[in-house]
Structure formats: structure tokens, C-alpha cells
Design a protein around this ligand. Sequence first.
Ligand code: RP5
Length: 194
Amino acid sequence: MRDEKKMGKAKSKSKANGAEPEAGSSVIAPPPSLPLVAVIMGSKSDWETMRHAAETLTRFGVEHECRVVSAHRTPGWMADFAVAAEGRGLKVIIAGAGGAAHLPGMVAAHTTVPVLGVPVESRVLRGVDSLLSIVQMPAGIPVGTLAIGQAGATNAALLAVAILANEDETLRERLREFRREQEQQARESTLEQL
Ligand code: RP5
């Protein structure tokens, strides 16, 4: 969070659009406000998974943007996005991709902003291909790889919040509160008596 007033506004909406960038666009347009986290994905078809990252960031009031950026279909635009990330003030990039999931690794190769990779469940191989593509980075270019699918997307956002919370005590307290609520729900769970 940059400041509390700004965060208050951000709680209600993200800059989620899931929209394709304009063909041939090589300039990253300045956003109306400054997102701290980017949620990017290789295809619009990844949104059903990646929306869980966006929803979690919204829950914590973290300014973020959501974009389709493809390592294969928009390689030049992907490189422009990654190179511009630090200068735009992004602190974490969450990148989801499926199949030959090169997006997280290729983005990480172009920036020192931390990249968290979410393997999207692919149709043919159920996301195992995505997982192996993302997790097996060569030493020197790290991608923090999460679980396949919704859990990975949610946890990527929670990790992004934890990273930002290192510099933001308000956000740290929201994380603690989230854990308390989660624990309470688990402890209060009741099961059908057989
Ligand atoms: C990857 O290819 C995307 O991340 C997506 O998971 C997968 C399939 O893309 P579509 O064919 O559904 O656009 O680049």
C-alpha cells in the first residue's frame, strides 16, 4: 500500500480488465493510479484461475492491475511490460500460464521485480505441464512457483501481500486477521454425524 487514503479507494475495485493489449502496442500506458502488483496471464482463458489472485488482492486492499500478456503471442509486448515494471512502481508480478508456460520465466528474465508463477490447469495434462514448465528455472533467474490452479493463484496473492507487508504494518495486521479468521472457521467446522 502506498498510503492509507489511496488504499481505501483501491478496496472496491482493481484495474482488472483481462483485455488484450492493442495489437502492435509497444508502449506501456501509464495507469490512472499506481498498482503495486500486476496479475498477468498468457490468455484470457486463464482468467477463471487468475481471478482468484485478483480477488484476494482486492480483499486486502492492494492496488493491482490485471492484463493478458503472452510470452508466445505477444513476445515483444511481454518484454516491454517486464522491462517497464520496476519503473512503473510494481513490487510483485504474479504470472499465470498453462501448457508450455513460459510467461513467468520470460518475464523474470527481463526484470528484478519478484515474479510469482501460477501453473494454470491445462486441458490435456491437467496442469502438470504448466507446473514443470514454470518450476524448473535455471539458477540465476528465480520464479516463485505456486500450486496448480486456484490454490496457487490465491496463495500467489497472499505471498504478494506478505512481501508488501514487510514495509507496511497495516497490511501485516490484515494478514494476521486473515489467519485468525481462517483458524476460527476451521475450528468451528462441524461434520455430519453418520
Ligand atoms: C498459454 O496457453 C496460456 O497461458 C493458456 O493457459 C494456454 C492456452 O491458451 P488458449 O489457447 O486458451 O488461449 O499460453
